[in-house]
Design a protein around this ligand. Structure first.
Ligand SMILES: [Zn+2]
Length: 333
């Protein structure tokens, strides 16, 4: 057994900042770990908890009873709170307050609140005082993929640590998924695992979604689009198609704003590198059109997620898509 932090991939800088704050005894009482979901923020939070409660070493030994219990999430000095249902409820906030009022058993105690963006105003306000000034030796770690939606009163009282998506190199160390999956995951282990393990033939659906773009200028786009809709018969697959298009358009915007000579430098940033030829053909579209199409595909995803009728959502998208390409302005209102 080693320290949790020794098994964390990437995140060298945040880990170093946190450990040196622990070593110097100047770690903020309330921390926000912000960054894309599925990149290992919670793992770092648990590693930090080890560093705070270890009986033997200032920055964790990984082998003492305290360290092992943190690793198993069975420590009396650790509380991990996750949303129950849609949000973090007032009852959970009360549990936290009760926990921090107990007699402290180790030199520190850590409360990790996962997906803190769903902390509702009621629960948030109940915790406000504790978050503002945690009792001595008590540390809050709020984990979030969307720091902007944390209550402003909480944000202003905490120190935010930003986590970057993992590099392709690190992702390759964790999973053996195909290259397009690793690139689509955009640094998130969670996304890569989902695409790899969910069973649906995402690769086939993706190729068909991209074929629509390959037929952009050859008159076969209508039949390609019809085939795609057959291939993506349910909501999950349809949302996936909308996301494939968003990533495609993101690549086009990147290519569009990159000079020919600088192309080698952006290759590794391209999600759809395996369709480079089609990308380059379509990258002649103007920035305005690309921006508009990006918004349309975002809107398609939102419609699908919010249970707009699937056929209707795709029809609306297709109508606006064609208008955008024929140079007419499209109202997104
Ligand atoms: Zn230890």
């Amino acid at each position: 057994m080693a320290r949790i932090l020794d098994s964390v991939l990437g995140h060298e800088k945040p880990v170093q900042v946190l450990l040196s704050a622990v070593a110097d005894d100047r770690l903020a009482g309330t921390l926000i770990f912000a960054g894309t979901s599925g990149i290992g923020k919670k793992r770092v939070a648990l590693g930090l908890a080890q560093a705070l409660v270890c009986e033997r070493a200032r920055t964790a030994c990984g082998v003492c009873g305290s360290c092992l219990r943190i690793e198993k999430q069975q420590s009396e000095s650790l509380m991990v709170v996750e949303p129950s249902g849609a949000g973090i409820k007032i009852e959970q906030a009360r549990d936290i307050l009760q926990f921090i009022n107990l007699q402290k058993l180790a030199r520190a105690r850590v409360i990790i609140i996962d997906q803190a963006q769903v902390l509702g105003p009621q629960a948030g306000n109940a915790l406000l005082k504790a978050l503002e000034e945690p009792p001595e030796g008590t540390h809050f770690i709020l984990i979030t993929s969307n720091i902007a939606s944390l209550l402003p009163t909480i944000r202003s009282r905490a120190q935010a640590i930003r986590f970057q998506p993992l590099s392709l190199v690190d992702l390759r160390k964790i999973t053996s998924a195909e290259d397009w999956i690793l690139r689509s995951a955009q640094g998130s282990v969670e996304s890569a695992m989902q695409l790899k393990d969910e069973g649906a033939d995402w690769g086939v659906i993706r190729n068909e979604a991209l074929a629509v773009w390959a037929h952009l200028f050859d008159g076969r786009i209508e039949s390609s689009y019809a085939k795609l809709r057959e291939l993506a018969p349910d909501r999950g697959a349809s949302v996936f198609v909308a996301q494939v298009w968003q990533k495609w358009l993101r690549d086009l915007l990147l290519l569009n704003s990159t000079a020919e000579a600088d192309l080698p430098q952006v290759r590794d940033s391209l999600i759809n590198l395996d369709h480079l030829l089609t990308l380059r053909e379509a990258s002649n579209l103007g920035l305005d059109e690309l921006g508009e199409l990006s918004e349309l595909s975002l809107r398609l995803e939102q419609d699908l997620v919010h249970n707009v009728d699937r056929s209707l959502a795709f029809e609306n998208f297709w109508f606006a898509f064609k208008r955008a390409l024929s140079g007419e302005s499209v109202s997104l209102a």
